[in-house]
Design a protein around this ligand. Structure first.
Ligand SMILES: *Cc1c(COP(=O)(O)O)cnc(C)c1O
Length: 366
């Protein structure tokens, strides 16, 4: 009888599939220039103020960072009108999601979520020995009836990705309010708002902080990775009730967010113009893509984040390969069981035009 030395959940745990790195595509296809519209990164880069803060902080990295990121929590609290103790900072939204699973999930506890949605919900729940109850989207929308109907005494977490990644659509304010009325208070609702600044251009988009005011067992997740352009530094944050934040704090890495990341996040909060410019550019890029898709009769989901989900009407594996040969990276839909779809991130206008030009060649040679 051989007994595994590893935690038993690891034998079946799936891995997160990240966007393909630029360097890898360059090497594989012998390219010198690659446009990556695959990981919802900010094509403008970080704010100049963030870059200055990063340079300033470089000479201080012999000193440990503030373990609870007081300055950043204070600034976020002021900005959003909540208490500092209702906020925690993570090494990306990713770490926030890990901490949520560690805080709430005992063996066999259940978590309800859509599929496809952000892949770290089921990975983090399963890792803790929980059971991810995944409800396939219906016509690209959350199967809210199915999800609600599955709530039972084992249900600990209810995940809503809003807008949903990789699809890009939202659950609107009225629908969310109605939904929350049907979820028992003991079930913690996780509202992933990684694309908040983009989505809030839509007047029907609900603000998780308004919900938190009335429903304390809610966790709202946001990040500096997307709109602030700090994906490479890893800073995300969560708002919740003080009692939930207190417990989640016990699960975090002691010095989980490094000095440079904290300094850059703080500085980027002062650059409101960078945020506005980023969101403007993203909608301009996606608008250009939508015009092309309309012309070609390709169906897409109206975007609320910095990416668009489109039906290329060809095998997405093949589209992925052919686009890479032309130095273009997107996310092929087959990984989410949407075989002919692609998720394409917004880029700057030069990248966007190059991408659409290459896509047109790939589609034309079909
Ligand atoms: C990008 C993203 C996050 C957080 O990403 P980090 O880079 O870890 O901050 C969380 N949820 C969704 C849906 C995302 O797309």
């Amino acid at each position: 009888m051989s007994k595994s030395i590893f935690r038993k959940e690891l034998s079946t745990l799936k891995s997160y599939v990240p966007g393909k790195p630029i360097e890898m595509v360059m090497e594989e296809y012998g390219l010198t220039e690659v446009v990556k519209l695959a990981s919802n990164e900010n094509p403008l880069g970080p704010s100049k103020r963030a870059i200055e803060a990063i340079i300033d902080e470089a000479s201080k990295v012999n000193i440990y960072p503030d373990p609870t990121a007081e300055a950043l929590r204070k600034k976020l609290a002021q900005r959003h009108g909540v208490e500092k103790d209702q906020i925690m900072i993570g090494s990306g939204g990713e770490e926030i999601l890990r901490m949520i699973a560690m805080t709430f999930i005992d063996a066999n506890d259940e978590a309800i979520m859509a599929t496809p949605t952000f892949d770290l919900y089921d990975i983090t729940v399963d890792h803790m020995g929980g059971v991810s109850k995944k409800f396939p989207l219906i016509d690209f929308e959350h199967d809210l009836e199915g999800m609600i109907g599955d709530i039972n005494e084992k249900t600990k977490l209810f995940y809503i990705c809003n807008p949903n990644n990789p699809i890009g659509n939202i659950i609107d304010r009225a629908t969310l309010k109605n939904l929350l009325g049907k979820i028992p208070q003991e079930v913690v609702v996780v509202l992933d708002e990684a694309y908040f600044e983009y989505a809030s251009r839509n007047p029907d988009y609900p603000d998780g902080l308004e919900i938190l005011k009335e429903r304390p067992n809610t966790i709202v997740i946001r990040t500096f990775a997307k709109v602030a352009g700090l994906a490479g530094l890893r800073v995300g944050y969560a708002f919740s009730s003080q009692s939930i934040i207190t417990e989640m704090m016990k699960t975090k890495g002691v010095f989980n967010v490094n000095r440079i990341a904290q300094a850059a996040a703080l500085a980027s909060m002062d650059d409101v113009k960078h945020i506005t410019d980023t969101v403007d550019l993203s909608y301009e890029s996606l608008g250009y893509m939508m015009n092309y898709f309309d012309e070609k009769g390709l169906a897409y989901i109206k975007p609320n984040g910095n990416f668009i989900f489109v039906d290329l009407k060809m095998d997405s594996r093949e589209a992925f390969t052919e686009l890479q040969k032309k130095g273009m990276i997107m996310r092929p839909g087959y990984i989410w069981k949407y075989g002919t779809y692609a998720r394409i991130s917004s880029g700057d206008m030069v990248q966007t035009k190059k991408f659409i030009h290459a896509l047109d060649e790939v589609l034309g040679s079909q």
